[in-house]
Write a protein that binds this ligand. Structure first.
Ligand code: NAD
Length: 433
């Protein structure tokens, strides 16, 4: 099939590459010309394992190309995917200006029948609005569908080529048949539904996962008070098939470009129909508080943080990505600086992106975890990058001014801690303190 994907971010680029990988002819469009230039040279503007190799091989096979000329791309395609960003507005609502701009451009360039598919996460009713916008501009025939994206950064290629399910929301039989054919090589789990249910499935899924995370984090806080170990509690819960073990890892809470914005947006969507989504509001509040566990534990260990040097390992919101959007590290480092601390920060991939969010003279950027920890009063682990788990803690403890560690992701095992000199604080594992 001939496909256009508009937006070459984490979702658009990965989707475009994977659609070409399964035999389609794909044109990816972005209005950021320097990004398009980079992509045409075979360089990937984001960090995503396996993406570059797959992208280059499909470009070389002539199945994948990049352009900033949206009109030409649309005219050469049967299916047009919208994969631009929908970031939060200050009140938590989704900012639909990028999606609407793209809808207008599609309407302007339509010359024959197309299927227009929204992959961006958009509030219920947005695809109806997209249809109305295009209809107000063009007399050409077209159908609209919602096919929300569920990939996870860090395993985006695998998730896209082996998705748990594909949701197709549309009222058009013609669009259903085409989109079924397109996605069938990826999975048999096709959920065919109406547009509004498809839009809601995406928000409900992310809100549910966020709820699981806040739930286990609250359990971890109670574990600390009653002397239970949250990792064993989660293990014992997770074997129950009704519960499942995924997203039951206690830590300093979720971040990233999706959960924080999508939970806020769903609260707003509910509010607009006069529904007070109390459970989800609590999930968000618990998540925000959980980030501060790091600060509380540091204060417990060191007293005042003024003048202290704190090493921070991990800036990305999770491992295997360079994405720092709404990463817990942003809030935590800001608190450390506000409390008068000096921060030595290290991340294997995300430092450049992080510096665009937060960069002051109180932070120094380190090129190895060891350099960051050297001479520090305490070390905070904020992202569970694999390389952190492999560090020799006995050697590490000797390099620090004080061997104090706040392990915000429960990276280290009891054995590793017990053979080290660390004064160790983790999340919900009071036995290791
Ligand atoms: P992103 O910010 O990484 O990428 C968006 C891209 O769209 C940018 O390259 C931007 O230049 C481009 N763009 C903006 N306006 C454009 C226009 N008018 N024409 C052409 N290109 C334009 O965003 P993302 O993380 O890929 O997310 C995209 C959507 O997918 C969002 O709605 C998000 O919620 C959803 N989503 C994201 C993820 C994820 O893990 N990142 C997962 C599932 C769903």
């Amino acid at each position: 099939m001939n496909i256009t994907v508009i937006g070459t971010g984490y979702v658009g680029l990965v989707s475009g590459v994977c659609f070409s990988e399964i035999g389609n002819q794909v044109i990816c469009v972005d209005n950021n010309e320097s990004k398009v230039e980079m992509l045409n040279e075979g360089a990937v503007p984001i960090y995503e394992p396996g993406l570059k190799e797959l992208m280059v091989s499909n470009m070389q096979a002539g199945k994948l190309s990049f352009t900033s000329n949206i009109g030409e791309a649309i005219q050469q395609s049967d299916i047009i995917f919208i994969a631009v960003g929908t970031p939060s507005l200050p009140n938590g609502e989704a900012n639909l200006s990028y999606v609407e701009q793209v809808a207008i451009e599609i309407g302007t360039h339509l010359e024959s029948y197309k299927i227009i598919v929204t992959k961006s996460t958009v509030p219920v009713g947005t695809n109806d609005r997209i249809r109305d916008l295009i209809r107000s501009i063009s007399q050409q025939p077209f159908d609209v569908a919602s096919v929300p994206e569920f990939l996870r950064e860090g395993s985006a290629i695998k998730d896209t080529l082996n998705p748990d399910r594909i949701v197709i929301g549309t009222s058009s039989d013609r669009a259903i048949q085409t989109l079924k054919k397109l996605h069938r090589p990826l999975t048999n789990n096709l959920v065919i539904t109406d547009i509004r249910s498809a839009e809601m499935i995406k928000y409900a899924s992310n809100a549910f996962l966020a709820t699981k995370i806040s739930f286990i984090n609250e359990i971890s806080n109670i574990c600390e008070k009653v002397g239970a170990d949250v990792t064993r509690v989660a293990e014992g819960m997770g074997y129950d098939k009704r519960i499942g073990s995924a997203f039951l890892k206690a830590g300093i809470g979720y971040g990233g470009s999706c959960f924080p914005k999508d939970t806020q947006a769903l609260i707003q969507i509910a509010g607009m129909v006069d529904y007070d989504f109390r459970l989800l509001k609590s999930v968000v509040e618990v998540n925000q508080d959980q980030r501060m566990q790091v600060i509380h534990k540091l204060q417990e260990a060191l007293g005042s943080l003024a003048g202290k040097t704190i090493a921070v390992w991990g800036l990305a919101f999770k491992p295997d990505t360079d994405d720092v959007r709404d990463a817990p590290a942003i809030d935590i480092i800001q608190h450390l600086i506000d409390a008068g601390a000096y921060v030595k920060a290290y991340d294997p991939i995300a430092t450049d992106n992080f510096r665009k969010e937060l960069d002051t003279a109180s932070i120094s950027w380190q090129d190895t975890p060891i350099h960051a920890a050297q001479g520090a009063d305490a070390l905070c682990v904020l992202t569970e990058w694999k390389e952190f788990a492999q560090v020799d803690l006995q050697v590490l403890a000797k390099m620090m001014k004080e061997p104090v560690m706040i392990d915000g992701r429960n990276v280290y095992s009891a054995e590793q801690i017990q053979t080290s000199a660390f004064q160790y604080y983790s999340i919900g594992r009071p036995g290791l303190m």
